[in-house]
Design a protein around this ligand. Sequence first.
Ligand code: EMZ
Length: 430
Amino acid sequence: MQTKNSDGGCGTPSHQQFEGEKSKCPMSEHVMGNVSQLDDPFTALRQGDGVLDIDDQGDPVKMVLGLKDVRKAAHSWQLFQSGAIPGRIVVPSEVAIRDVRQLPFELDPPAHKGFRGLLEPWFKRPAGKAYQDKLTDIVSIMFDSILDNHTAINKRSSPEMVTHDAVKDIALVLQSRALTVLINVPMTEAQTWINWGTHVFRSDDNPLDASKANVLYDYLDEQIAHAKKAPGEDIYTELLHAEVEGKALTEEEIKGIMILTFAGGRDTVINALTNSLAYFSENPDALNFINEHPENLNSAVEELLRYFSPLTHMGRVATKDTQVAGHDVAYDSRISLCWASANRDESVFESPNEVNLTRKANPHVAFGFGIHNCLGATHARALLRIWVGQLAERVARVEVVEADENTEQWGEVARKVGFHKLLVRLHKRA
Ligand code: EMZ
């Protein structure tokens, strides 16, 4: 299961092994220390009560922590609904800043089925070669610009010495450019989205920023209006001509689909890309391992997704008095399915806090579970595989120069989910 590096020197692709072998492996020294560490802050609570009660803007949430309980609740869509008032299943709740229902994830069966069925073929396109070739180009261009070109400001320094903010200069740019492929619009649109920053509903000083949300809403109104006048091959045109159960979609429904497309895969993808750089900065052997054994790329990416869990949780609303994980839940109160905790469940995953890039059974829920599992997962997986594959092929060492962690606070629990800023230098392979 754990494969030796070809040089035999620095251990295996397992986090703990790397830690233990640091002294033998000079490459795993770096300036920061622990930037790749993503502790599981839910361990004791998961093993104890199995839930964590938190308050969110006066509307409490019972976070469900064990994998089995999370799956069971996700499965019980009749008991724990997604089709509550728009914004309420998101934690923190977006009720105050959003009245458009995001589709299909804020719907329950039977209405959910028609929208999901309509969208699935479009969102499965990333499984195809032509699509992946486009993502490969996007990622190659990024690496070319980092590894081979001198930047305007740093004309005299070698590319090796130039630092890049992995959040804003790498992950946000890649996420936005890749999104142009998903919704099939010109690459030039990406710059507009990059200017919005890493989250469409959150700004640096405000976790629920209504004015920011309005920028996205206005943009989508314009795009839909434009597609009406000048139909193209883009998702807006596709949706304007689509039907669900024999009925054309309303503009509000199209907007709901597009808000989810823009918001749902944004900070999540950015967290995954950025955390991967932090991880490989402290585990260069893992990078070499993937480079030398690319057949492990898919299992490696699944393991990183499990370990990173880029989305901490997603809420549901109880449709009657019921129970979750042995605790009472009152009608119309909220629970959340904590993917991040479930992915470290020691009763399911052996050594859950270690990264094992060749982990065999890996039933993680990083993309959720059940009928609402992430519609964008095929795209996200394709992008991450191409990103990690090229990183391993082209980069010998990721050096972290400065890190500003993004830590979420859930009641008494603080969870690191990514970075606000991660200044890196990438050293290319000889
Ligand atoms: C919602 C959510 C979806 C929400 C899969 O996650 O992502 C959050 O980032 C957004 O704020 O509106 O789209």
